[in-house]
Design a binder for this molecule. Sequence first.
Ligand code: GRF
Length: 205
Amino acid sequence: MNARLVVLVSGAGTNLQALIDACADPAYGATVVAVGADRDGIAALGRANAANSAIPTFTVKVKEFSTRSAWDEALADACEQFSPDLIICAGFMKLVGKAFLDRFTGRCLNTHPALLPSFPGMYGVRDALAYGVKVTGCTVFLVDEGVDAGPVLAQAPVSVYDDDDEATLHERIKVSERALLVDTVGRMARHGWSVNDDRKVRIGT
Ligand code: GRF
């Protein structure tokens, strides 16, 4: 089976690019069937258009809806059109809500530039640096109704250097993050996954 991936983005899209590149190998077991965004004019959408056979894109902006839940429903509808096996938030800077999760819980994942449960939220890199940790990293996890709180799929450590600033540390984390995301999604696509009652995720049998 070739898993159908819908990737949600808000920015540079280097994680998206890593997935697109991985999917070029049929043995990877997945295809990016659509890229969705919450805003126009971002590099990530350009990456979808520039892909070998251009990947369909859609944009669903919060400000075009009278309520957040209407936006959430519209985003879920847009994703559903592409019959995804997995929805991947790859630098998608919006929290999805109940309507979305009612349809996609257990098959929507996110990537975060810190070792959760440490440093959740928008400023995971900045907060880790400010705390003074010597090791931080990245986490790929299943999305639930919390903020960066869902079951963990995979993590990788990244050293913090004395002369790091937020930008240098984030760039180094992103190298690990892309590799972790590609590895995790590929294993899920090829082997399946399950989540047990105490939120432990197992990829494969
Ligand atoms: C990643 O570090 C992601 O974890 C964070 O924003 C970054 C997105 O990078 N939320 P990109 O757009 O995939 O290059």
